[in-house]
Design a protein. Structure first.
Length: 155
């Protein structure tokens, strides 16, 4: 299974980019992983229009058999062990590509919600979409260490 993390806009916080790059390299030891960064939409201040334009980019790139998971505050919450089980189940289902989509500042357009296969929440707290990139990559790495019995995760 290949995993891709999709987001809109460049990562402008140096510490965030360095951090998720470290975890990206660690995850590559367990599975194929990639990042897809969509160009930020400039000159659009209307949140509804912005979400529609972002949705168009995402929906155009998606293939019918891609499994799309939204990182959404209203999604299902997992413990780290439960998230590892979730990833393992997706691998067992022979999903070819598992895509985790991090929304922009205003979230997702309704068409993206309709296309999504699932929604997960990393916290009931709100984080910037820049910082969530690092937090999610760490949790994904943690999931793979749990699945492979590495001593990274302490229970």
């Amino acid at each position: 299974m290949k995993i891709e993390i999709w987001w809109t806009g460049k990562t402008f916080q140096d510490f965030t980019q360095k951090g998720y790059t470290v975890f990206l390299k660690r995850i590559e030891k367990f599975t194929q992983i990639g990042i897809v960064e969509f160009a930020e939409i400039k000159g659009q201040s209307n949140p509804v229009s912005l979400k529609k334009m972002e949705a168009e980019k995402v929906l155009t790139k998606l293939k019918p058999d891609d499994y799309l998971v939204l990182l959404d505050e209203n999604g299902k919450s997992f413990s780290s062990v439960e998230f590892a089980d979730y990833i393992q189940k997706k691998e067992n289902q022979s999903i070819k590509k598992l895509i985790f989509l991090i929304g922009g500042a205003y979230g997702f357009d309704e068409r993206v919600y309709e296309r999504a296969n699932n929604k997960i929440s990393l916290s009931s707290m709100t984080f910037s979409h820049q910082l969530i990139r690092l937090i999610f990559m760490e949790q994904l790495y943690r999931a793979y260490t749990i699945m492979n019995n590495f001593p990274y995760h302490n229970e």
